[in-house]
Ligand binder design. Sequence first.
Ligand SMILES: *Cc1c(COP(=O)(O)O)cnc(C)c1O
Length: 627
Amino acid sequence: MLHESENTVYIAGAGNGCWSDGPTHSATPQWTEHRQKLLSCFPPYESTTLDSFPDEVQYALHRIKMLKHPKTNCPVHYGSASPMVDYSTVTDATIPQHGAPLTNVIEDMTDLLKGLPNTAHPLHQSNVVPNSNKAAIIAGLVANYTSHNAIQGADAWNLMKAEMETAAMMAKLIPGWSEKQASGVFTSGGTGCYLYGIKYALASLYKDGKQRSLGVRGQPKIICSQQGHYAKTLSTDWLGIGMDNCIEVKAKRGTNEMDLSDLIEKLQMCKREGNPVAAIVCTMGTTDAFAIDDAKAIREYLEANPDINNPDKYNQPMIYCDAVIGWSFLMFAGYDFDRNPLEFSNIVKNKLRASFQKMEGVKYADAVGIDFHKTGWVQYATSMFMMRDFKHYRSVMSRPGSAYLLYNTPYNPGVYTLEGSRSTAPALAAWSTLKYLGKTGFQTLIGGMVEMSQFFRYLISKDDQMVCCNNKDNGFVTLFRIYPSSTVIINEATQKPMNAKQIYAKELTVGDNSSEKWKTLFHEHNQFQADVSDRMWAWLHSDMGPSDGWTPPYAAMSRGFRPTESDDSDGKKSGYMIFALKSYPMNVNITTVQMTKLYNHFKQCAMVAEEEILTPLPKTICEPYKY
Ligand SMILES: *Cc1c(COP(=O)(O)O)cnc(C)c1O
């Protein structure tokens, strides 16, 4: 007999042998009761006024809100700070026999936010870490709610449009690319894009077309800038090319772009040795110095000099543009820089124009990587790998289909993506963000960052104790050094004390042949940047600043901004690598008042660090987990 209750259907007496022959003691076996309870663990499939899910989401949002602080004296973290994160009890974790109520789980999960840095905070300036916009967060929820696999159209249906339309919108941003010819797929991070770029180049390299089946043959090389991201070593390592086959080109002093004459030398070397070059990687906006490599000059050089190209059995090298940071400067396409309708300051307007014009070089690429979770204000991980000629990409990268894939819709990226199962959330989040913020939104966000960094650089320029290390680049990151005020260095020629700018100019020339005095000073000053950074870290995690009402910022430092000009080690194991403190003004809450606070805080940290040199802080570098 079929018996229907409010939410469940079961067959009375089923345990007596209707479909199951196991022993059963009652007409409503235990599992059916447990199953009944589990109904409330999932959003209902049908429309009903009894749906509690919106309230449950609301509760989670409420819990997040409770971890925030009022605007005056608002610390950089959710909840309160703790000196050290405590991972000591993690191995105690066990799966409970019976599940907990949702409210408890929400409380436990939001408790994990305690002490977490808040990326929306104006003094959160540690790295290229934006806060996520509302449309993107909601898109993540929507995509996770429906939970579909972006492997094929048969599953993700119209959600696939989010990927295809994002690819079209991005292709239109690249001058000379055709949205009809180009396409893109979402993947895991800028590192995933890099991996795709090198894989695509390898798959296209061998004229016999057998790379996919026979693997890597010969010694294919990847050429990229010394300033490029470490994804270069990851990609050559994971693809079996070997990290030593990644050839680094020197960066030009000053701009940090790839030095074309050194690139040509490296190409000639490969030619002489008979090794093919699979890809030349142009970094279009490096993480620290925002160096933009000259993709146009490189493409033009390759075309004008066919003799430099690969031996006969190989195709020509591909150009991959790692534009994960720089891509959003393309949003200035069509911006009337002369009229400057958003009224950016003159200096910023010129910087934006310069960056935009250099970024246009991505049009010379065969493929481009884009991170929405960097300069796109979308949560992790939202990255798109784009190829200029999608048909070509598909022809060299498609795998024979898997038996369980359906081909009854026209879009089935699962046959040429890295991933099998792929979330629709990144595509939906990026797509929603582009619609929500629009070009003017992006222009304002990017221009605003550059305005803030310009203001910060102005403060530094007025300060004899500080020097900006990347004045020549047009990005939004400021790298700078601060010097101990107590050590007075006398210029031997003028017999006057040197200010920070003069000290730095001298430090840039330090190398093996320098005087012992300057070699020592160079290393001491590097160490001082680390001491200032350690002081900043200690205050950040102590929940109190140098005095009442002081909010300690979250900023960081680089131990490898660039080598000095006299350092000839190509950046590898350099003895003269310049350390620099950093500021990344990524969010819209940042104002000149906040930048001034950041500046004052660095000064304070330097002052205290000088006193602390005699009584060093405890080390903040920890033993790795489970070693
Ligand atoms: C961040 C970054 C990457 C790596 O991207 P992820 O999204 O962190 O994987 C690659 N290249 C550059 C220039 C980057 O700044």
